[in-house]
Design a protein. Structure first.
Length: 182
């Protein structure tokens, strides 16, 4: 399942980016260490919602499989959502849970339109073990996303590797131009 990319992002560790290369209004969102859901809710007065684009057992993106240390042939639970402010998509999010993590953390497997951030940040032992950034050019995005770009040539994304208990999973978040127009 991949509703967002034609070509998957090239991720680099957050410490390897010179943040002067990143627009200032984007840096704060990329570096957010708490729940992105909570930040969206407190930043904007308009209603927040989640649109589930899909959730299924699928092969993860190659780069995500490598990040998780698993074979690209091993299926994972992949979930794609849009985070909306006033019914306008501002963030595209994609989570990848290896099968063993999904079995261990059942609360993360049937969220529907409930935000993942609400659930994972309630775990007292949640740790972000890695943070990476990517600058994704328009040509690498699906036609669905290109329609939302409104003249922008690229978007920024972050890949969070989170750990709860012994389970590591990924949450990728991509900041759409509408976030900065709200």
């Amino acid at each position: 399942m991949n509703n967002f990319f034609i070509k998957e992002p090239s991720w680099r560790d957050a410490n390897r980016w010179f943040l002067g290369q990143v627009p200032q209004n984007t840096v704060d969102w990329l570096l957010e260490s708490n729940s992105l859901t909570q930040r969206l809710r407190t930043t904007f007065s308009a209603p927040f919602s989640v649109s589930l684009m899909g959730q299924t057992w699928a092969r993860p993106l190659l780069n995500d499989a490598l990040c998780l240390g698993q074979s690209p042939d091993h299926y994972a639970l992949v979930r794609e959502v849009l985070l909306n402010i006033d019914n306008k998509a501002v963030v595209f999010a994609r989570s990848t849970l290896p099968r063993s993590v999904a079995r261990q953390l059942q609360k993360l497997t049937g969220l529907g339109s409930r935000p993942l951030g609400e659930v994972i940040f309630a775990y007292p032992d949640l740790q972000r073990v890695r943070l990476e950034f990517a600058k994704i050019p328009l040509r690498d995005l699906s036609p669905l996303v290109q329609q939302k770009m409104a003249g922008h040539r690229y978007i920024w994304g972050r890949r969070n590797s989170y750990q709860i208990k012994d389970g590591v999973f990924l949450v990728n978040e991509f900041f759409l131009p509408t976030l900065f127009n709200e």
